[in-house]
Design a protein around this ligand. Structure first.
Ligand SMILES: [Zn+2]
Length: 156
């Protein structure tokens, strides 16, 4: 059982190619997933991916920040999410509480949704200045390619 909130070594070292994810659980979407839980195809460890920026005519090339989140909490959250509730705010509160257990951001990755390919990945250090807010608040303007540059790919 994964109890650590650290991103597993396999995902930290993932190479360009087919995304090494076994499961994908979208938590939020905007023309495609903007916040999702994935699990490592090698060890099953779970990770949280949160959108930072996007490019392409259909916003299909996306940069996500990646952090670990304990598997036992993911399973617990999935179980609760399926249950109906009269309290509309409850789901929102539970999601917020669940996401607060994610570890620190350990990597940025670029994922081409239409080709379903990992395009680039780079490990993040604490002083790299990756913003932690919701994507709608932290997404840079269209002409600002900082995260694409940082990953060594073009923002097109
Ligand atoms: Zn792994």
């Amino acid at each position: 059982m994964q109890t650590s909130a650290d991103l597993c070594a396999h995902l930290r070292a993932a190479r360009p190619g087919p995304p090494p994810f076994r499961e994908r659980l979208a938590l939020d979407a905007a023309h495609g997933p903007s916040e999702l839980i994935v699990s490592c195809a090698r060890c099953g460890a779970t990770a949280l991916l949160e959108l930072l920026d996007w490019a392409g005519p259909r916003r299909e090339l996306r940069v996500f920040r990646a952090s670990g989140i304990p598997r036992e909490l993911v399973d617990e959250f999935r179980g609760r999410a399926g249950r109906p509730s009269c309290d509309l705010r409850r789901g929102e509160r539970e999601l917020e509480a669940f996401l607060s257990h994610a570890g620190s951001v350990r990597a940025l990755l670029a994922w081409h949704l239409e080709r379903d390919a990992l395009v680039a990945l780079r490990e993040v250090a604490a002083d790299d200045g990756v913003p932690l807010g919701a994507w709608r608040e932290v997404m840079p303007p269209r002409e600002d390619a900082r995260w694409f540059d940082w990953l060594g790919i073009a923002k097109v």
